[in-house]
Design a protein around this ligand. Structure first.
Ligand SMILES: *[C@@H]1O[C@H](CO)[C@@H](O)[C@H](O)[C@H]1NC(C)=O
Ligand SMILES: *[C@@H]1O[C@H](CO)[C@@H](O)[C@H](O)[C@H]1NC(C)=O
Ligand SMILES: *[C@@H]1O[C@H](CO)[C@@H](O)[C@H](O)[C@H]1NC(C)=O
Ligand SMILES: *[C@@H]1O[C@H](CO)[C@@H](O)[C@H](O)[C@H]1NC(C)=O
Ligand SMILES: *[C@@H]1O[C@H](CO)[C@@H](O)[C@H](O)[C@H]1NC(C)=O
Ligand SMILES: *[C@@H]1O[C@H](CO)[C@@H](O)[C@H](O)[C@H]1NC(C)=O
Ligand SMILES: *[C@@H]1O[C@H](CO)[C@@H](O)[C@H](O)[C@H]1NC(C)=O
Length: 828
């Protein structure tokens, strides 16, 4: 078994494991059915259901006891001794304290209980919303736990047990209804065939069919972080001679969405590996085969953790579901910032029409040159989507299209404003004190607004709703915002656009904010405004600039954003006196922004297209953490009609997807194109359109691609960092740009792929971190051209000067309608 190269663990970023935050479920009902005494199983008290007879209707059902018993090695063996037998349809009801995902676990042991012969009974179990077990016929004299993950959205869960015929009797030995972490199941997964994004997982009922710890021991509920059971994998292996079990005694790291609740350490620290992985001619797959029901959809979750490599970037393998390759040349370290022994999981959906009675999961060697054949799998979960019977609700291709929301700034030029806010505040901050500013979004306390309310100005001005979607989207009173902006003081204006003005502001708790006040004459309706606020409020991500409130009093349409200390990415690249960023910092910023965009595209049930991706819309906080700004202002949702989409050409000159010009059709890939231009900008540190340069150099995208295609991208790299970029890293970066800038959208990668490639580029740069920082520390800021300074001036220029400024840097301005028409006619 191989060891682990600690020296390769370069990035610890967000991987610090939370040791003290074991998950505490908000709802935790454990019931020992048919028992008159409570039963404690590994510190979990299963309460006798006689003590809760009020939750069972009718409560006159029989309590029964069996004389046969379940081996003590079973988790909760004692629970199977008693059962509750239902000779009429009966229900348990549970008060739900917190909506969301819950595990429902039902324990059954079909045996002879006194006068009841339950060995071959058939019955049905359902909630008020879904059928859990349809004509369920548990196998005689064997204990079984049926587990479901149900998204409960009502305040009461009613579990009903019903007969299926005259001779049928329903029963149950124990019940668990336990909250699961909200993050456990994301809304999206990758469809196995044909590849695509499956959305709407959050609303689906999931039934656990298999949960397996590859290459390791069985994990019983008392050792799992969420009381799950993990089976061993040997019995599923088609040919166990081709594989071997490996284990790891070091510490497992979790990052970026994985936690110990995703799967416990023991799952990640054991794996099944391709055997003879060091003999390069042994090319074979290792396959596990599972019996499943045909014509049912399955969620397949792979758990990976590279516990076998000595260094990052050495393990590449393929992953198959049946004969479909779901991941080719998978490099786990590209998902973990090059860190080994770090948990990764990947979700796939096998759609009903692709499921046959045998489900084959394989890992196989990659044929990447110079890589030894190898492959691992640490854990696997197979869950049936939409539980029993019926055809699973899988989104059709048509409906998926309709689910795309297109976001267009209602206010038009918003980026400029945010830039200005950030710049001004950053400058001001430097001059003033270093008052502590919390980088994370701080929810406003009710106190922050009400207890200080004095005088008539705020007496009715503290409307405060926790509405919309839970904790987000605070409604702020007009009075509060008047106060925060010194009564919308003209001197506090830091940006102007067609929509109105942006003011700097400071709330009573000293939180600095950017207050964007819509022009009252704007045609935008208040209802539309609300729809948008609701959408914006739901978009919460480390790499998105947060909306922290809004105001709709007196027909006002005001948005309040968190403010970003370090301004725009653009200002750090050129046109300002900000210190230059080194290559690693630039890559990390690109990775952060890519994460934000990836979330917009995939994090919600409806994909969100940014439409105006540019370096001026990527803001940096005081730690240089990148956040995407100006993503949120949408036209209406799915009902958006096509003509509407195509007439409103938005975006910024120089970043605009050429296909969008031609076809007037927006997809996520339009953002990918624009992001490709940003990547070039980051590399070359020059404006995307620079009319002062020789003709062939004016458009950065064209100019950059010319060099990339010649394989000589290094010629146009920002001189300040050119010496410090490792050629492999540059090569990867250049290839990524080239793919993003592909002429047609379908050839471009998804934001997720872009993200992996950038992480890989970073890893290639880090492969030999020594010496690089010295090179960067001697970077000096080169003299600015007057033209670049003009650009900067524009960013805080009053509206009247905007037209002039346009000539200087077109890329700074989101296109107005006039502008779009100009482009359309030129495009033909
Ligand atoms: C079982 O536990 C519950 C809750 O802890 C308690 O209210 C009840 O009295 C106990 N019942 C018995 C029979 O000990
Ligand atoms: C219980 O029912 C099964 C199936 O109907 C039958 O085979 C078995 O003999 C019965 N056992 C008893 C003790 O009646
Ligand atoms: C169930 O019982 C009813 C009434 O006793 C009878 O009419 C019906 O045929 C029975 N059904 C079966 C499947 O035995
Ligand atoms: C780890 O591997 C060693 C040697 O292969 C084996 O003895 C041990 O039982 C394994 N531990 C686990 C938890 O699988
Ligand atoms: C594979 O590597 C192990 C040590 O890592 C070594 O003991 C073994 O002989 C190698 N097998 C082959 C076939 O080269
Ligand atoms: C592994 O399985 C996949 C899918 O069935 C197949 O395409 C591939 O050729 C196999 N690889 C090897 C090395 O057998
Ligand atoms: C399961 O699928 C059926 C059929 O598409 C649908 O009507 C039902 O609402 C789904 N149930 C759940 C719980 O999602």
């Amino acid at each position: 078994m191989k060891g682990i190269g600690v020296s390769c663990v370069i990035f610890l970023l967000i991987s610090i494991k939370c040791i003290h935050c074991a998950f505490t479920p908000a709802d935790n009902y454990l019931i020992d059915c048919g028992s008159s005494t409570n039963t404690t199983i590994n510190n979990r008290v299963f309460v006798a259901d006689v003590s809760l007879s009020s939750t069972l209707t009718p409560s006159s059902n029989n309590l029964v006891t069996t004389s046969s018993s379940v081996p003590a090695s079973y988790y909760g063996a004692a629970l199977y001794q008693n059962a509750r037998v239902f000779t009429v349809t009966s229900s348990y009801s549970f008060q739900i304290n917190a909506h969301g995902r819950h595990f429902i676990r039902l324990y059954f042991f079909p045996s002879i209980y006194g006068n009841f012969n339950l060995t071959s009974t058939t019955f049905t179990v359902s909630t008020q919303d879904a059928l859990l077990l349809d004509h369920f016929h548990p196998q005689a004299n064997s204990a079984v736990v049926e587990e479901f993950l149900v998204n409960i959205i009502s305040d009461t869960l009613i579990l009903t047990f019903a007969q299926t015929g005259n001779n049928s009797i329903a029963f149950v030995n124990a019940i668990e209804v336990v909250s699961a972490p909200d993050t456990l199941i994301a809304d999206t997964a990758t469809i196995v065939n044909p590849p695509g994004t499956y959305r709407g997982l959050s609303d689906q009922l999931l039934e656990t069919i298999y949960r397996v710890n590859m290459g390791g021991p069985q994990v019983s509920p008392n050792t799992d972080t969420l009381w799950r059971n993990w089976d061993t994998d040997q019995k599923f292996l088609l040919n166990s001679a081709l594989s071997r079990s490996v284990n790891f005694t070091g510490k497992i790291s979790y990052m970026d969405g994985t936690t110990e609740e995703t799967a416990p350490d023991i799952v990640y620290s054991t794996a099944t590996e391709l055997a003879a992985s060091n003999t390069s001619n042994a090319l074979f797959n290792v396959t596990w085969q599972f019996d499943v029901e045909a014509s049912s959809a399955y969620l397949i979750r792979f758990h990976f953790c590279d516990i076998v490599s000595l260094a990052a970037g050495n393990l590449y393998f393929n992953v198959y579901v049946n004969s479909w390759a779901v991941a080719s040349n998978l490099d786990l370290s590209s998902k973990t910032f090059g860190q080994l022994a770090t948990a990764v999981y990947m979700d796939y959906v096998l759609e009903a029409n692709d499921a046959s009675e045998k489900l084959g999961i394989s890992i196989g060697p990659s044929v990447v040159n110079g890589v030894l054949p190898d492959g691992i799998l640490n854990g696997l979960e197979i869950m049936k989507i939409n539980g029993s019977g019926g055809s699973p609700a899988t989104p059709s291709a048509g409906s998926k299209k309709n689910l795309v929301i297109i976001l267009a700034p209602i206010f038009g030029v918003t980026a400029v404003a945010i830039v200005a806010v950030a710049l001004c505040l950053a400058v001001r901050k430097r001059k003033l004190t270093t008052k502590q500013y919390s980088k994370s979004w701080v929810p406003f306390s009710i106190n922050g607004f009400t207890s200080h309310s004095t005088g008539s100005r705020t007496s009715n001005g503290t409307a405060f709703t926790l509405g919309l979607n839970g904790n987000f989207g605070y409604r702020l009173s007009f009075a509060i915002l008047q106060e925060a902006t010194n009564n919308f003081d003209e001197n506090w204006v830091i940006g102007v656009g067609g929509f109105g003005k942006v003011y700097k502001g400071e709330l009573r708790d000293d939180t600095k904010v950017a207050v964007k006040r819509g022009n009252p004459k704007s045609q935008q309706g208040i209802n539309e405004f609300h729809t948008e606020i609701e959408l914006l409020s739901r978009l919460r991500h480390r790499h998105l600039v947060s909306l922290i409130g809004y105001c709709d009093e007196k027909n006002e349409m005001i948005l309040v954003y968190e403010y970003m200390e370090k301004g725009t990415l653009k200002s750090h690249l050129y046109g300002s006196d900000m210190p230059s960023l080194n290559w690693q910092q630039r890559l990390e910023i690109c990775i952060g922004a890519a994460r934000g965009l990836h979330y917009l595209h995939t994090g919600q049930a409806k994909a969100i297209i940014h439409r105006d991706v540019k370096s001026a819309n990527i803001l940096l906080d005081e730690t240089l953490l990148a956040k995407v700004a100006d993503f949120g202002l949408s036209k209406t949702g799915p009902e958006l009609d096509q003509t509407h989409v195509s007439t409103a050409v938005k975006g910024s000159f120089g970043y605009l997807d050429p296909e969008y010009f031609r076809r007037q059709q927006l997809t996520e890939k339009s953002d990918v194109y624009s992001f490709g231009v940003v990547l070039l900008e980051v590399l070359c540190a020059r404006p995307v359109i620079d009319p002062t340069l020789p003709r062939e150099m004016v458009n950065l995208a064209e100019w950059g691609m010319k060099w990339q295609k010649r394989g000589e991208l290094e010629h146009i790299v920002d001189a300040r960092i050119a010496g410090s970029i490792r050629p492999e890293s540059l090569k990867k970066f250049g290839e990524t740009i080239e793919k993003c800038l592909a002429d047609s959208g379908i050839e471009r990668p998804s934001m997720g792929d872009v993200l992996w490639n950038l992480e890989y580029a970073l890893q290639l740069q880090d492969a030999d971190a020594g010496g690089i920082s010295e090179i960067n520390s001697i970077n000096r800021i080169t003299e600015l051209s007057p033209q670049l300074q003009n650009i900067n001036a524009f960013e805080s220029a009053p509206a009247g000067e905007a037209a002039t400024a346009l000539l200087n840097d077109l890329s700074d301005v989101s296109m107005s309608k006039v502008f779009s028409q100009l482009i359309k006619s030129e495009g033909r």
